[in-house]
Write a protein that binds this ligand. Sequence first.
Ligand SMILES: [Zn+2]
Length: 511
Amino acid sequence: MEYILQGALINFKRKTMIRLIAVIISVALIPGVNLYPQNLAIEKNREMILETMHSISSHTLMEYVEELVSDKYAGRLTGTEEYDEAANWLANQFREANIRALGDNQSYFQKFDIPYTLVFRECFVSLHIPVNGDTILKNYEYVKEFIPGSTSGSGEITAEVIYAGYGITAPELDYDDYKGIDVKGKILVLEREAPVSDRNNPELFKKWRPYSFHQYKLDNAVKHGAKGMLYNYGPIGNPNNSYHPGFIYSHIGDSVISDLFSGTGKLHREVVTAIQEKLQPQSFRTGKTVTIKNTTEHHPDGKGSNVIGWIGGNDPELKKETVMIGAHLDHLGACYEIMPGANDNASGVAVMLGIAKALAMLEMPLKRSIVFIAFGAEEQSIIGSKFYLENPAFPTDKTVCMLNLDGVGNGTKLTAIAGKNYTEIWNVVEWANNEYIHRSIRPTDFPNLARPRLDAARFMWAGIPSISFSAYGTRSAYHVPQDNIDLITPEIMEDLAQMLFLAVIEMANRE
Ligand SMILES: [Zn+2]
């Protein structure tokens, strides 16, 4: 304890010293140039603003998460009635807080088409093990070892398993995982992503990028006559894929991979490394037989929605500009158990709603307009944000920034993804944190070259500065039924909501 106090004291002294030096430098050498915003809007109404900020409480944010993860919304898969119910709940929250509607025909909803697939309980993956001329079946454990493909066809298939690397046919790159190997009627084992990574070799990755999409791999497998797939994605759900009625697939983890490679004389790790290093396919017949059964129901004519509310600005010119706060409302639905998506992304919606209600209560006009948007179909190829950008409420060149909240309820630390790409916006957030909140938050740079994995990615491609906030630091669960309320640490949601509440006021009122 003492040691910690001492450390804190030294830290405090060091901080004070650094600040003192910073002040001396900015005053004496470069007056007017400072890391943090000048002429802070907040200074004039400081007491009232801080009082309103403290109306954002972790208890209330936790209640929003509890509401969104309840079984009645069935995991909020976009296209389902249950998603619409969750969207209605959010719209009612906006209405009660006097946040105005900004969707289609004066409603809160911006509708778009979204096909979706329901996954029911009767799903399994089993390996056929020959024993003395007989066969015994090894059934894999749900979640621990496999999760059914969220857009799988319905039915049962038993077939030989072929390892087909990344499932890529790229003539211009002189690469074909299917070359010289017949996969008709077979089950494929496929790797996710591409043999070249966007981080290690960004230039080369650009050529491989089109082949890194799940949809491409699945469509290419179907084109080659395969009947099923064991996708080496880890045993997690993911509805971001295409649907073919006769194609049955599941996501698998290490234990299934290791069984499929056993006795083949090959090690999975070495095979993957060989593909990556030589950029040459290593496809082969595993000699194993597997049964996959999935029970699903496809709905090609689904309709989804974004939920959009706003607070108008009061400056005759600046009110035409907007600061946006966004969070995806959807999650994976049931696959086959309900996926509550507490962290991903009930937490983000809760924080957005907390900020929205506090800003609506603020007894002070804001110059720019503020838009709150809950995206649909983030989990289904980031379709909701794409649709918004094709049909924006404010022109994209009048959108100052989009602050995206995705997975902000678990752990003790925060990341500001792309904070380093947009320093002007990041500096305002950092100022709010350093002056009032004091939470560990780290900005990263985000090249955003790969598949879009965040709503923020779409905004960045549209030229809109976008920082995406996420939390980390304790045990977490990603795209599995365990992403439930037990994992939520409400204090971090409160800190982030208060931090962005202050930052948004600054962004709305700066000249
Ligand atoms: Zn997700």
